[in-house]
Design a protein around this ligand. Structure first.
Ligand code: SF4
Length: 418
């Protein structure tokens, strides 16, 4: 089939290159399909951009990737689906194209997002395999099945065509290139849509080839696209050792979780150009070992010359202000680079935390944005410590920053503050 692939993501704090579409496009082409990518990130007139691509390509079907359905933070929340809905309607009504949606954003509620957008099909799990199955089903004339979910097994084989993206535009707007070493996460954070998703690793040589390709185009600054780099300590160390051996000169930044680490890994990361780690931390029902891991990771990271920022989600049901103050004291003692504090928990239908909150009527008064629509496609947050109270608790300490007040992510803030 001839497939028009659309990146509708126009969020620019910072802009994120559509790496998923680079993979999906290359994979579909290998499987005998034809693709054209329309990246709407910097486009001024979206219908004109779609018209131009459709006139030149005459696709049979369109696929739209949805990275996030909103900006995930309560403060200054941006909801993206209404603009995407306009694109879906335009493709369907003006051009008569069936529309498939996919991407991490639809995992939150695949069928709910499909209905909201008036799309025809939805794919989740591993995009490449699910999309291929969806296309095959449509080609076979199957009208009934609209939701396709596959995770695949074994080592990931997925080609990538980074020539599809105009990296110069992203780079000029403070965006950076990305690469991925694996998919999925074995952790069980109750607020995260990636919890307990199947872990599959890529061939290390494939990832290094992708990085080489981008460095040959002049791009040397990268963000790791894994949910957390240290899913597996041995794999992470092997990846760094191979990257070192490749002699590629890059700088990169990664997310990590408080688990699966040792000093050797941090040393290897430093040698390969890691300058900043964002550690994902939450306060939900933690054991003392969890805090001990955080403490050691901050200490080792700093001793290896890597800055460590903390993304700290707190203010869970049944937590008190005293609990949060104790966490703040803990971070004050450790002095990481920065602690980004978020006390608003975005609720999605599939999350365990949503069940905990919805099943306790005493907690419902802390819902923000809830109108009785249990699809939770439109932003709904749990928030019992609002930003005014949080500001009081932080008491002007510049170690802490309230998420959502200013736009940006850790690597852009670090550049701005250095
Ligand atoms: S460790 Fe990170 S990616 Fe994994 S479930 Fe927790 S928050 Fe999600």
């Amino acid at each position: 089939m001839d497939v028009l692939l659309v990146n509708p993501n126009r969020y620019k704090s910072p802009p994120v290159p559509p790496i998923g579409l680079e993979h999906v496009s290359a994979y579909l082409v290998e499987q005998g399909h034809k693709t054209v990518v329309v990246d709407c990130c910097f486009v001024e007139n979206i219908p004109a951009a779609l018209d131009s691509a459709i006139n030149a390509f005459s696709p049979d079907i369109a696929g739209i990737t949805i990275r996030n359905i909103d900006s995930v933070l309560l403060q200054n929340n941006e909801f993206f689906l209404d603009e995407i809905k306009d694109m879906v309607n335009y493709l369907k009504e003006h051009w008569g194209l069936p529309v498939i949606i996919g991407g991490t954003g639809v995992w939150t509620n695949p069928e709910g997002v499909m209905e909201y957008l008036n799309a025809d099909y939805v794919v989740s799990g591993s995009a490449e395999e699910s999309l291929l199955t969806c296309l095959n089903s449509i080609e076979d004339g199957n009208q009934e099945k609209r939701y396709f979910k596959e995770y695949g097994t074994g080592t990931i084989y997925c080609p990538r065509n980074s020539d599809l993206t105009d990296y110069r535009k992203y780079s000029d707007a403070n965006g950076i290139a990305g690469f991925q070493t694996h998919k999925g996460c074995s952790s069980s954070c109750v607020y995260c849509i990636e919890a307990h998703t199947r872990v599959r690793f890529k061939h290390i040589k494939d990832t290094i080839r992708e990085i080489r390709c981008l460095t040959e185009g002049g791009y040397h600054h990268f963000h790791l696209c894994d949910s957390e780099f240290n899913e597996d300590l041995d794999f992470a160390a092997d990846f760094c050792a191979s990257l070192n051996k490749s002699t590629l000169k890059i700088t990169w930044t990664a997310y990590m979780k408080p688990a699966n680490y040792n000093k050797k890994l941090f040393r290897l990361m430093k040698e390969t150009g890691v300058y900043l780690i964002t550690l994902t931390v939450d306060s939900f029902r933690k054991c003392p070992e969890y805090q001990a891991d955080i403490e050691k990771m901050i200490f080792i990271s700093q001793s290896c010359g890597i800055k460590m920022s903390i993304d700290f989600l707190t203010g869970f049901p049944y937590e008190s202000e005293d609990d949060i103050i104790q966490w703040f004291d803990f971070f004050r003692r450790l002095q990481p680079e920065r602690v980004n504090v978020n006390t608003s928990i975005r609720l999605y239908k599939i999350l365990p935390i949503t069940g905990i909150i919805m099943n306790d009527s005493a907690l419902r008064k802390y819902l923000v944005g809830y109108t009785g629509d249990d699809t939770l496609v439109k932003p709904v947050f749990y928030n019992h410590i609002d930003s005014a109270r949080l500001t009081d608790l932080i008491a002007g300490d510049r170690l802490f920053r309230i998420e959502g007040i200013e736009p940006g992510v850790n690597y852009t803030r670090l550049v701005q503050s250095s």
